[in-house]
Design a protein around this ligand. Structure first.
Ligand code: SF4
Length: 300
């Protein structure tokens, strides 16, 4: 038993060592990797949740140029932050960015908490981002589990549990934590994510160049295209947005979205939303049209 246990631990350590060595030799030169700080790591992770790396770099640089420190981001009007965020979509992330910057500045003297659970309590910081900040900025041994890590682990160990199921999430988290190098958690986490981003690609992974190919279950059993197992859960809802461009004496009507919904607080043309497609010429028959225009005289 002891022999097996020792072999098992040795094997985990070897995998960690291989990935980290590969990372040191192949990592991309990304701006937040130079002189990393909790602020830079946090900012980059929030931006990268919304976009691919190339576009993310330009957003990151714009934010750092305008707000080199978290205090400057905290003091900025939310409208300016939203403007800088423009194009990334999902604006609640930008709003949470601002709320958290204020909280860190006002309550924590501008310093991110170095505790994983405290990080989790901040707006817009979920398990993934908290683990990234904790491990990369504070060397706390918490494994990061993002899409890249799911993929690498699933293929490496032949895990067939769906990554979107609760059981799958738990299993992958445990596995990621198991192989984590507790001495260098930040480097290890980045190495796992980088391997997934550059080599263990969703389609046509570069197995011939992969430092783990001799140990990879999916490679050995030709299951690379079958793993990870994804199951779509949750329902999608179709929404149809019909915008009205209304002009009156040289002015155009716009309004600010107030509902707890997408694009909250952003400006838009008057909107009629329906749950099914409606021909534009039929819009005036809807209740929303009458609610919006009432008895107002108009011409098309
Ligand atoms: S050998 Fe291929 S499938 Fe396995 S971890 Fe490497 S890139 Fe991914």
């Amino acid at each position: 038993m002891n022999t097996f246990f020792n072999f098992f631990i040795k094997s985990l350590k070897q995998i960690a060592k291989i990935i980290e060595k590969w990372y040191e030799e192949n990592k991309r030169d990304l701006p937040w990797r130079n002189s990393p700080s909790a602020y830079k790591i946090w900012l980059s992770e929030i931006i990268l949740q919304q976009t691919r790396i190339n576009q993310g770099i330009s957003y990151y640089n714009k934010f750092i140029e305008k707000y080199p420190a978290i205090q400057q981001l905290a003091q900025a009007p939310i409208e300016d932050v939203l403007k800088l965020w423009q194009g990334l979509g999902y604006y609640s992330r930008a709003r949470n960015l601002h709320i958290t910057a204020r909280r860190i500045t006002n309550d924590c003297n501008g310093n991110f908490p170095s505790d994983y659970k405290e990080l989790l309590s901040l707006n817009g910081i979920g398990e993934y981002t908290a683990a990234a900040i904790a491990s990369m900025a504070f060397n706390i041994p918490v494994a990061v589990v993002d899409g890249n890590v799911f993929r690498v682990l699933s293929r490496l160990y032949g895990i067939k549990t769906g990554i979107t199921s609760a059981a799958g999430k738990k299993l992958f988290r445990l596995k990621a934590q198991e192989i984590l190098n507790h001495k260098k958690p930040g480097i290890h986490n980045q190495a796992m994510m980088e391997l997934g981003a550059l080599i263990c690609l969703p389609r046509n992974p570069l197995c011939n160049q992969c430092p783990l190919n001799m140990r990879c279950y999916a490679y050995k059993y030709r299951l690379v295209n079958e793993l990870p197992v994804k199951k779509v859960n949750g329902k999608t809802r179709e929404r149809y947005f019909h915008y009205l461009h209304i002009s009156y004496r040289g002015s155009t009507f716009i309004h600010k979205r107030q509902q707890k919904d997408i694009w909250n607080s952003l400006f838009e043309f008057p909107l009629i939303e329906t749950s099914h497609y409606i021909y534009p010429e039929k819009l005036h028959e809807t209740e929303a049209w009458h609610h919006l225009l009432g008895e107002t005289q108009y011409k098309f």
